[in-house]
Design a binder for this molecule. Structure first.
Ligand code: G1P
Length: 288
């Protein structure tokens, strides 16, 4: 069955970026000139997905406005003859069909995904976490879809992380069945280094069969007192096979300041209009 819908949880507080996120959304922080959420939506669209379901919360209006038509801005650009910019702005609102569902309380990623149950219905769907930005010619979601199309089971994006970092991720283990594709058998959310089953970390890209909703409905609060998506995946794995796919490309963890800064530098260096001046500037700064 075709994957047509992607769920993007965006209700978090973004506490690691306070005070910048006190009155605006973490997902609107820009990498050069596009907000993080734009990259996440592109990741879905480049996988052929055409409905984006945002799980929002209070204070997230900027995301809705971003993907809507901005009448005043478009009028202004038209009056100024800035046709190319005008076209770009209109294209953002036409990228996909956007749906918004509120998560009234921040009870965890699993709780957020469960809010999409009625909109998703009885079909497979993607989940994309905007914090994880993946730079690759094939989008992270498309890489998972290619595996889903072969096995028709849930597939999770993976990356090998430094053993000192396992406590920041959902960690899995399993058997490699083809290059970079694993049949998974163990799932632990944010384990201590000594308790981690491996160093294979879950990265914010998932394809799920709709059965995940049944497991989410039964999932109790786990790590950090939140309803964890990883715990629901663990119980689903007792009924259905779950696959993991090592994601190709460079992944930036934009959920923390250092990762966000690294992404900013690299995206600027890959921007044809900024590259040469920015590179020159960086060399000057680093010399001091
Ligand atoms: C979430 C998931 C975790 C996953 C991570 C990927 O954690 O709960 O399993 O490894 O995203 O970025 P968070 O980063 O929201 O704490």
């Amino acid at each position: 069955m075709e994957v047509r819908k992607a769920v993007l949880p965006v209700a978090g507080f973004g506490t690691r970026f306070l005070p910048a996120t006190k009155s605006s959304s973490k997902e609107m922080l820009p990498l050069v000139d596009k907000p993080l959420i734009h990259y996440a939506v592109e990741d879905a669209i480049n996988a052929g997905i055409n409905q984006i379901i945002f799980i929002t919360g209070r204070g997230k209006r900027a995301i809705e406005d971003y993907f809507d038509i901005s009448f005043e801005l478009e009028y202004h650009l038209k009056m100024q003859g800035k046709d190319e910019l005008l076209k770009q702005m209109r294209e953002i609102s036409e990228m996909a069909d956007f749906v918004y569902v509120r998560q009234k309380e921040p009870k965890g990623l699993g709780h957020a995904v469960l809010r999409a149950k009625d909109v998703v219905g009885d079909e497979p769907f993607a989940v994309i976490l905007a914090d994880d930005v993946i730079e690759n010619s094939k989008s992270g979601t498309k890489q998972l879809l290619d595996v889903f199309e072969r096995y028709h089971c849930s597939v999770i994006g993976l990356e090998q992380v430094n053993p000192d970092e396992v406590s920041s991720y959902g960690i899995v283990s399993g058997v490699e069945i083809e290059k970079g594709v694993y049949k998974l058998d163990n799932f632990v959310e944010k384990p201590k280094k000594e308790e981690a089953p491996s160093n294979l970390a879950i990265i914010g890209r998932y394809i799920f069969t709709p059965s995940i909703f049944r497991e989410l409905e039964k999932t109790q609060a786990g790590a950090k007192g939140e309803i964890q998506l990883t715990d629901a995946i663990a119980s689903l794995s007792k009924k259905e096979v779950i696959y993991g796919k090592l994601l190709d490309g460079k992944r930036f963890d934009c959920g923390n300041k250092l990762g966000f800064l690294k992404a900013t530098v690299e995206f600027a260096l890959h921007d044809k209009n900024l590259k040469s001046d920015f590179e020159k500037y960086l060399k000057e700064v680093v010399k001091c």
